[in-house]
Design a protein around this ligand. Structure first.
Ligand code: CDP
Length: 227
């Protein structure tokens, strides 16, 4: 069974997907982590963003990014080193949507993402899980939340629990800019799949949103078993 969770930046997809996967005993695939790892590797290799649109598959191979199953999900490696925390840096945040709009990059990853799903029950989160990567997913969720709430959650992840107005506004702007690039790009833009269930988490607690998705997954599972 595959559960696809998509949505805009900071909507809580990854944490929600991880919790849903744990509840169901599925593996968690954070597709954004792959785009982040490639961004990190390109910056480390000194390849300037102006050149990213022309990256070839061979160059992408040379970035030495790969994922290996670890715990309940996958660990992202660059040059065989675990880069799990490095790929969450503000520098990667600011650049990742540029990397993600490059068709050759999406193409290169498509195969790898599908390969990661082979033979396991999976909860995959990102921007195009339900529309492009796993169009036949058993359950598709589109997770949204009010921009100010998303910005607060994102800042809290970085330890800023009571942001002042300026800090909050700047974070809202950063999320907006990333959503704009993700929505307006020509390949695999961020959009809700026609058969996705929208879940607005603005007024939900984390446990409530997890519970809602687990229930939907359980009823889909029952339905596919009975007929
Ligand atoms: O966690 P957050 O929503 O901030 O971002 P993420 O899921 O780690 O994804 C980072 C970036 O990767 C997004 O802003 C997209 O540009 C890109 N991405 C994508 O294009 N397609 C995906 N399936 C996942 C991520």
């Amino acid at each position: 069974m595959i559960i696809a969770i998509d949505g805009p930046a900071g909507s809580g997809k990854s944490t929600t997907a991880r919790a849903v996967a744990r509840r169901l005993g599925f593996r968690h695939l954070d597709s954004g982590a792959f785009y982040r790892a490639l961004t990190y590797a390109a910056l480390r290799a000194g390849v300037p963003p102006e050149r990213w649109d022309d990256l070839s598959p061979a160059e992408l191979d040379r970035f030495a990014v790969r994922a290996e199953p670890a715990g309940e999900g996958f660990r992202l490696l660059h040059d065989a080193l675990d880069v799990t925390s490095e790929i969450r840096s503000p520098e990667v945040n600011a650049r990742v949507s540029h990397m993600a709009r490059v068709p050759a990059v999406r193409d290169w990853l498509l195969r790898r993402l599908r390969q990661a799903a082979r033979g396991v029950d999976l909860v995959a989160d990102g921007r195009d899980m339900g529309t492009v990567v796993f169009p036949d997913a058993d359950l598709k969720i589109f997770l949204t939340a009010d921009p100010a709430i998303r910005a607060r959650r994102r800042l809290a992840e970085h330890g800023i629990v009571e942001p002042d107005d300026g800090t909050l506004a700047a974070e809202v702007e950063r999320l907006r800019e990333r959503d704009r690039m993700d929505t307006e790009r020509s390949v695999a833009p961020l959009r809700m799949a026609e058969d996705a269930v929208p879940v607005d988490t603005t007024a939900l607690t984390f446990d409530e949103q997890v519970e809602r998705i687990v229930r939907l997954a359980e009823s889909r599972g029952d339905r596919s078993r009975t007929g």
